[in-house]
Design a protein around this ligand. Structure first.
Ligand SMILES: Nc1nc2c(c(=O)[nH]1)N[C@H]1C(S)=C(S)[C@@H](COP(=O)(O)O)O[C@H]1N2
Ligand SMILES: [Mo]
Length: 312
């Protein structure tokens, strides 16, 4: 009998290691299964979420097979298939996220606690990479605002910085040599506080009904659907509130190519890729790219009075 992780775990996920082991022992007795259950949810463990009808693009989702084998995650290497091939070296448990900086109640959250801060929603967003391809992905998570409110940002906080785990033992792409030199580790990204608090900005814990695969940024990442994909930092260990614009890994590597704002904008080309059109992974035809990736009604007002050619 093959047990799914969800079969032995209370909603929305395992409560504690002890309860989990009790549940597993009981199951082993009834099923006679010798299968050990670890505290780390195995790859493919199901994660329940309620569809949020306000945030669902109508286009059919990209095949999960494609979304989990064609990835940008330079911590594993610079080839699209490196993350899936090498994903097993990342250990998504135990995992903590330090939330600190300009806030009244800084706190280091255990990932199990993060899973329970707000009800998990499924939202179907288009992920638009600056390389002019896109995917339609059913993400699972809740608005980042729910987590940020827990630490009570002060009036001085104007920006949020996200930091990915730095550990060359888990991320072979962070080892020395050519690949180790691809970016200045750890990967960092950032948003203005109003962007971070926007309800569209998703603290993401799963996709396709499952916990996040390692290659997609397990156990927790950000997804900002109106910005190019590189803004959506994976495998986050720290979220810091600050009064100055955070330095970002891609901006440090190639400032003319990767601005801080990086809103999806068909009118402003990247030096190496036209942004006027995009190709959905799994399709051949090109589609028109939409301003703010289709979310102009919700987010254009955040940039009133800003020159979006300068603030690319
Ligand atoms: N830590 C980290 N986060 C990252 C990246 C990365 O290399 N390292 N790549 C970014 C880029 S360029 C894109 S397009 C998306 C890809 O997300 P996906 O693999 O889940 O589709 O992740 C973003 N987040
Ligand atoms: Mo990207």
């Amino acid at each position: 009998m093959r047990l799914r992780y969800s079969d032995v775990t209370p909603e929305p996920l395992y409560v504690s290691r002890r309860e989990l082991m009790v549940g597993a022992a009981a199951l082993a007795l009834t099923a006679g299964a010798g299968e050990a259950v670890a505290a780390t949810p195995p790859a493919g463990a199901s994660l329940k979420a309620t569809p949020n009808s306000a945030y669902r693009v109508a286009d059919p989702p990209t095949k999960m097979e494609a979304a989990t084998t064609y990835n940008n995650f330079y911590e594993f290497g610079t080839n699209k298939d490196d993350p899936a091939r090498l994903a097993a070296s990342l250990k998504p448990r135990p995992w903590h996220v330090q939330v600190d900086g300009l806030c009244a109640k800084p706190k280091t959250f255990d990932i199990e606690e993060i899973l329970k801060i707000a009800p998990l929603e499924e939202r179907i967003y288009v992920l638009r990479c600056v390389e002019a391809w896109s995917m339609v992905i059913p993400w699972i998570g809740y608005s980042l605002a729910a987590l940020l409110k827990k630490v009570e940002p002060t009036g001085q906080a104007k920006y949020v910085e996200f930091t990915t785990l730095k550990d060359p033992e888990q991320f072979p792409g962070q080892k020395g040599g050519f690949f180790g030199g691809s970016l200045d580790w750890p990967y960092t990204e950032g948003l203005r506080l109003d962007e971070a608090m926007h309800p569209l900005t998703l603290l993401t814990l799963g996709m396709y009904g499952q916990v996040l695969p390692n290659q997609n940024g397990a156990p927790v990442r950000i997804v900002i659907p109106w910005k190019y994909g590189f803004k959506s930092a994976k495998s986050i260990v720290r979220i810091r509130l600050t009064d100055t614009e955070p330095k970002t890994a891609w901006n440090k590597a190639a400032p003319q190519e990767y601005g801080f704002y990086s809103n999806v904008n068909p009118a402003v080309d990247h030096p190496r890729w036209s942004q006027a059109t995009e190709r959905r992974i799994g399709e051949f035809r090109r589609r028109q790219t939409l301003p703010f990736n289709g979310y102009a009604d919700q987010v254009a007002s955040l940039y009133t009075g800003m020159d979006l050619k300068k603030n690319y």
